[in-house]
Every structure is written in C-alpha cells, then in structure tokens.
Design a protein. Structure first.
Length: 359
C-alpha cells in the first residue's frame, strides 16, 4: 500500500493546504456558486488525503488503535459541527443531532458495512473476522441506540420525543459509560477480539515515527477542514433540499455522509484488500463513537442554552433501526461473510435513503 511509504506524497499535504486556503477565502467574504463548487471539489480531494494519513497511522500503531484514532477524530469533529449549528440556530436545530446520529448509524451499519461485504465478497468470495469483537460492538450499539433514540418516545415525564433534564443527564452519562467501556475492552482488556482472525497476513514495515506524527497532524488538519467546509456548504445544501421539497431530515443525512467519507473509504479499501476485521473495526467503532460522544456533547449544550433536544425517532425510523440491528446480528453472527450479506445491507441502506426523501 502507498500508506506504508517512508515519504508522504505531494497530494496528501497539498489538498489539506488548499482546503485551508478555501476556508480563508470564505472568512474573507468570498462566496457564490463557483466558490461552492470549488469548496465541494477540494472537500472530496481532502477526504482522500485524510484516508491516506489514517492508513499511515493505522499501519504504525497496529490494530485496533489505528482505526480508533480515525473514529475518534471524525466523531469529535462531527459533534463539534452539530454543537456549532445548535448554538447558531437552536430553535431550528432541535432535531439535527437526532437526524445526524441516526443517519450516521444507518450509513455505517448498512451503507459502509454493506459495501465492504459486497465488494470484499465479490473479490474474495468469503471473508472472516472475529465474532467476539463484532458481538461486543453490536451489544453496545443496541443499548446505545435504544436508550438514546427510542426511549424518548416512551418516557412519561415529558410528552413527545423529548427527555426531561434529569433524563437527558442520565442518557448522556450512560452513553459515555458504554462507549468508554467498549474502548477499554477494545484496546486493553480484550484487544485480541479485534485483531485479524488470520494472524499470518504479511505487512510491510511500519513507517518511521516522524512520518506517522506528520500524518497525524495532517489527518487532524484534514478532518477539521472537511467538517468546516461541510458547515460552509450546509446553507447551500439546505437551500437545495428546500427547493427540491425534501424533508429537513435529509440535511442530517448529507452532513453525516460528508463527515463519514474518510472512514467509509478506508473501510472499503480494507475490505477489498481482504482485511475485513479492519473494516468492521472502523465501521462499528464509528457508529459507537457517533452516539457515545455526540449525545453527551449535545445534551450539555441543550441544558446550557435551555433548548429542548428532540431525540426520539419516528415510527418509520424505529422500524429501520430495528431491522438494521437484527440484520447486523445475523450477518456478523457466524464469523464469515459473503456477497449476499452485502447485498442485503446495501438494499436496506437504499430503502433508508428512499424513505427519507419520500417519507
């Protein structure tokens, strides 16, 4: 892989630099359709740079630490993006956190996982992974999604899809405890659950420390640029969605898709290289980090500014979430996957997108 080189290619640092140049231009007041097109093109290019740097770090630190770095970095910045939008327009963004978190879970568990299984199965016929690690991640994911996205609809203290202040605090604490517990299991107590099942896989020598540290700095710069550019493009996206008469929840899908692009590309590349364990570490770890870190962050902001946070999913989305969790348990319950499981998850992801646009 190119990510094992001792030198960083020119494009891996040039695109993040250009992204920051575009951001400086927007701060100085440059805007318009042409600026939006340029920003979108550079955003996509910066995603590829972020994927490269993430692979360098993953190769240097080894599994599962490498995938954890990317998942944590993306999720922290995603949470910062949602919080900034909440602070800018609290009344209009009451459901943004819910829409973005739910979209992230569906994109990861059906879109990214489905594409990994589909492309990996098409190339390698059958792929293996550690059942113990996948089961641990799915158990935490089921608890997190149920407690934060479904429970608001059934509690009786407040009507509708809202938590009371005390319930919000409890949900935030529980989310953080579950995620920290998962990270402890993944990196310390049972790290072997998340290592490749085929220990005989050959790897190129890891890059030097200076290259890994440079890639870490460029990864952070790339991710910040990606999220800020996504925020810059959000008004144009919202305008386009309104003109197309699409539901407002589509905004959350677009934001989640833009932010998750680096992880998605990394996971797909790993699956095509017959490293499905790395793909699942990235995908499931991202879904868990999205809920486990974003919910506490938005809960603190919601309480601080006194703006109710709409977390409960509608009936349609609850059905899709239940179907996703059920399929994930079945798909990842044997330790072996084929192209068929990929097709099923991709179809469910297509259904999620279709019914989000045509509810």
């Amino acid at each position: 892989m190119a990510a094992t080189s001792n030198r960083i290619p020119w494009w891996a640092w040039a695109w993040p630099v250009l992204a920051w140049v575009v951001l400086a231009g927007t701060i100085l007041g440059f805007s318009g359709a042409i600026t939006n097109v340029i920003a979108a093109a550079i955003l996509i290019a910066t995603v590829f740079a972020a994927v490269y740097h993430a692979e360098v770090i993953a190769h240097r630190t080894g599994e599962p630490f490498g995938t954890l770095v990317l998942a944590l970095a993306v999720t922290i910045i995603e949470a910062a993006l949602i919080v900034s939008v909440m602070l800018t327009a609290p009344a209009q963004s009451a459901g943004l956190a819910r829409d973005t978190v739910f979209a992230a879970v569906m994109i990861v568990c059906n879109g990214i996982v489905g594409l990994c299984l589909l492309l990996g199965g098409a190339r390698h016929h059958e792929q293996g992974f550690q059942i113990a690690g996948a089961s641990a991640a799915l158990a935490v994911l089921a608890a997190l999604t149920t407690l934060t996205l479904i429970f608001p609809n059934v509690v009786v203290v407040t009507p509708g899809p809202f938590f009371s202040t005390s319930q919000m605090i409890f949900a935030a604490i529980v989310s953080l405890v579950l995620y920290v517990g998962f990270v402890f299991i993944q990196t310390i107590r049972h790290r072997d659950y998340f290592l490749p099942a085929d220990a005989s896989e050959d790897h190129a020598p890891p890059p030097p420390n200076i290259v890994a540290l440079t890639s870490l700095a460029l990864l952070i710069a790339s991710l910040v640029a990606i999220v800020v550019l996504a925020k810059f493009l959000t008004p144009a996206i919202e305008t386009g969605i309104e003109r197309a008469s699409m539901p407002k929840a589509v905004v959350g899908i677009v934001i989640a898709a833009l932010v998750l692009m680096p992880e998605g590309l990394s996971a797909v590349r790993a699956a095509r290289a017959n490293r499905l364990q790395t793909s699942l570490n990235l995908a499931l770890g991202s879904a868990l980090a999205t809920i486990g870190l974003t919910i506490p962050a938005v809960a603190v902001v919601s309480i601080a500014i006194g703006q109710p946070l709409e977390l409960g999913l509608g009936a349609k989305d609850q059905v899709l979430l239940s179907l996703t969790l059920l399929l994930s348990v079945i798909t990842l319950g044997t330790g072996r996957t084929t192209v068929l499981q990929g097709i099923v998850h991709v179809v469910v992801f297509a259904a999620f997108l279709f019914f989000a646009i045509v509810p």
